[in-house]
Design a protein around this ligand. Structure first.
Ligand code: URA
Length: 434
């Protein structure tokens, strides 16, 4: 066992760790060579006293090197990945990864599961019968090399220090600080080895960051950390006050992603996916003219090139899209508008809670979500509804949670007699010209 008392006391008293000291702390954690009480004390000292930018960069670096890392230089392709801080209806990764592969990037994407009221990319993909999110590192390497993109989950040997620390943070009230959150997120992206990163930092009721100022600060710290490790990183601050697209719930969201991959789908989903791609095309130098980059990505969606990559990725990972398309949909019930008006937003947090009430969330004990249940909106912000008009459809399992979900949907619908302002899915840029 190692003794971290000196490091703990230094941070407790407001001091600064050396690079070597941070390395020693993280290596001891990853190796299980330090008493849990000392790790918890260090986490709390950092929570209360904070880290300098240099300490944060050392912390992220030590974590990402604590386990397996990926190197894609043999592919001779630019590498890219995106990360979203999580929201409701956020199925962008399902469209973005194959789109960027079609654009000529290798996209090694290690994603997560739903957390709280937010959905997770892996849960969505697992709505496709047979899709495997547990690729071993060798399988992941082969899948990216063959298809150009792979979306899988974190294996035990990827960033083991973060796995230990995240669990302990959860148990010690030390989650909510940028000094832990940003290195934790970035360590996984750094280990995955993509050179160009784009971050989708969500803001609003359905996001973890409720204000633009908080989201901007997180984005700046993550961009700074990625750059300190030689990656090009850009971030978009995007609206999560209202649901993204019209679908929430895992199978529903795969359906909507397939629409987007076929060149259709809700305009906000397509626009955000393309803008996140434009950032990477511009930062990598593949297409610096943003309008040209936009047109190029739209063509790859409209021509079926992105869909072709998605189909290959799903098949490569054992998924059966035919079976998904032929599945028997869950029973559904419409929700009607209690009054007429212009739709200003459909509150993302309430819709997230409605999906959970229907059985589509992870729940406190982490139980698997039911992929078949969820919400499909029939109106988007900017449109009008009449009193008594169905504005949403709930897909449920024998009525489980139906009444609670219906009440939440009615509360979520923000109506006004005034015309709704045009939706603004993108609220700001960090690390890129506006
Ligand atoms: N996601 C992570 O990976 N880490 C955090 O600390 C928070 C969200």
């Amino acid at each position: 066992m190692e003794d971290l008392r000196e490091a703990i006391v230094r941070k407790r008293d407001g001091g600064e760790h050396s690079t070597e000291e941070i390395r020693r702390v993280v290596a001891a954690v990853a190796g299980g060579r330090v008493p849990e009480a000392q790790v918890a004390a260090w986490l709390m000292a950092v929570f209360c006293r904070g880290l300098t930018p240099r300490e944060r960069a050392d912390y992220a670096g030590a974590m990402y090197r604590s386990g397996a890392t990926f190197d894609w230089s043999h592919l001779d392709l630019p590498t890219a990945d995106k990360h979203s801080t999580g929201g409701v209806g956020d199925k962008v990764s399902l469209v973005w990864a194959p789109l960027m592969a079609a654009a000529g990037f290798a996209v090694p994407m290690i994603s997560g599961r739903g957390l709280g009221h937010t959905g997770g990319t892996l849960d969505k993909l697992e709505a496709i019968p047979g899709y495997r999110c547990d690729l071993a590192p060798g399988e992941f390497r082969a899948a990216v090399a063959e298809v150009g993109c792979s979306i899988t989950g974190q294996t035990v040997d990827l960033v083991p220090a973060d796995r230990v620390l995240y669990d302990l943070r959860n148990r010690t009230g030390t989650i909510e600080t940028l000094d832990h959150i940003a290195p934790s997120i970035l360590s996984k992206k750094l280990a995955e080895g993509a050179r160009h990163l784009v971050l989708d930092v969500k803001v609003g009721s359905g996001a973890f960051m409720k204000t633009l100022a908080e989201a901007e600060r997180l984005a700046r710290v993550m961009v700074e950390l990625g750059e300190a490790h030689g990656r090009s990183v850009r971030a978009l601050l995007t609206d999560m006050g209202t649901v993204l697209g019209l679908a929430a719930g895992n199978a529903n969201e795969v359906d909507e992603s397939l629409d987007a991959l076929a060149g259709g789908g809700p305009p906000d989903l397509r626009a955000l996916t393309v803008e996140l791609g434009v950032e990477v095309l511009a930062s990598s130098g593949m297409e610096r003219d943003r309008e040209a980059a936009r047109s190029r990505l739209c063509r790859l969606l409209d021509s079926g090139a992105a869909m072709e990559r998605f189909e290959r990725m799903v098949a490569r990972q054992g998924g059966d899209l035919g079976a998904f398309r032929r599945r028997r949909a869950a029973p559904f019930t419409d929700v009607v508008a209690p009054r007429g008006g212009n739709v200003h937003r459909v509150d993302a947090l309430k819709v997230g809670h409605a999906v959970a009430a229907l059985g589509g969330g992870r729940g406190g004990a982490g139980e698997a979500p039911d992929p078949a249940v969820g919400v499909t909106l029939r109106v988007a912000p900017g449109q009008a509804v009449q009193e008594g008009e169905p504005f949403a459809t709930l897909h449920h399992r024998e009525g489980r949670g139906l009444e609670a979900a219906r009440a939440l949907l009615v509360e979520a619908l923000a109506l006004s007699p005034d015309p709704a302002p045009s939706p603004r899915p993108i609220l700001g840029h960090v690390g890129a010209p506006a």
